[in-house]
Design a protein around this ligand. Structure first.
Ligand code: 5GP
Ligand code: MG
Ligand code: MG
Length: 178
């Protein structure tokens, strides 16, 4: 699959090291609490699995799914909650985990929805942040890496549902999707 990459932005080792740093920070920030870690499917599954294994805290897990992208590489602007949480989040310290914060369409919708359910707190943790593309006023509390405006895959991120399993973050050659 590496032949489909124009560039490797972050190697497996670099991702692992950064995830450990984030986990250490989250462990300190949530000391004494039992956060509810919510993963946004499908893109967050690898990052979330790596992250929670380094959190030295009691915690519970839940998942939701939203859709805004089809097979293309730009956001449609429309967001649907396709899978909702299993548990009630009222009074919980919710940490929402997502693969990437891009335009902010998806996450601003999810954040607004979850805030309406009265959690004790709600923070956002993303592996990647593309601030140049933001169209909504939303920032993450925890960011793995800030990246330029390029379409990336790997570590959970897909193109047309493929490449999610790659252990590194790479920029796809435009020839793959043009
Ligand atoms: P947003 O709503 O912030 O524009 O983006 C929401 C979703 O778009 C992300 O959760 C992710 O699934 C997808 N996305 C945004 N940028 C990229 C990218 O560079 N690569 C991939 N594979 N997905 C992206
Ligand atoms: Mg996503
Ligand atoms: Mg996707």
């Amino acid at each position: 699959m590496e032949q489909d990459m124009q560039q490797i932005l972050f190697t497996q080792d670099q991702v692992a090291a950064r995830v450990q740093e984030l986990a250490a920070q989250i462990t300190r920030d949530y000391a004494g609490k039992t956060p509810l870690v919510v993963g946004v499917l499908r893109g967050s599954f690898i990052f979330m699995a790596d992250l929670v294994r380094h959190l030295d805290l009691p915690l519970t897990l839940d998942f939701m799914a939203a859709s805004s992208y089809g097979a293309g590489t730009t956001s449609s602007g429309l967001v649907n909650i396709r899978l909702d949480l299993h548990d009630d989040i009222a009074g919980r310290d919710v940490l929402l985990v997502e693969d990437i914060l891009d335009t902010g369409n998806t996450l601003s919708k999810l954040v607004a929805e979850l805030k309406g359910r009265h959690p004790a707190s709600l923070k956002l943790c993303v592996l990647l942040d593309k601030p140049e593309r933001r169209t909504r006023p939303l920032e993450a509390d925890y960011v793995g890496f800030t990246i330029p405006d390029a379409f990336v895959v790997g570590c959970g991120l897909d193109y047309d549902q493929k490449y999610r399993q790659l252990p590194y973050i790479g920029v796809l050659k435009p020839s793959v999707y043009e």
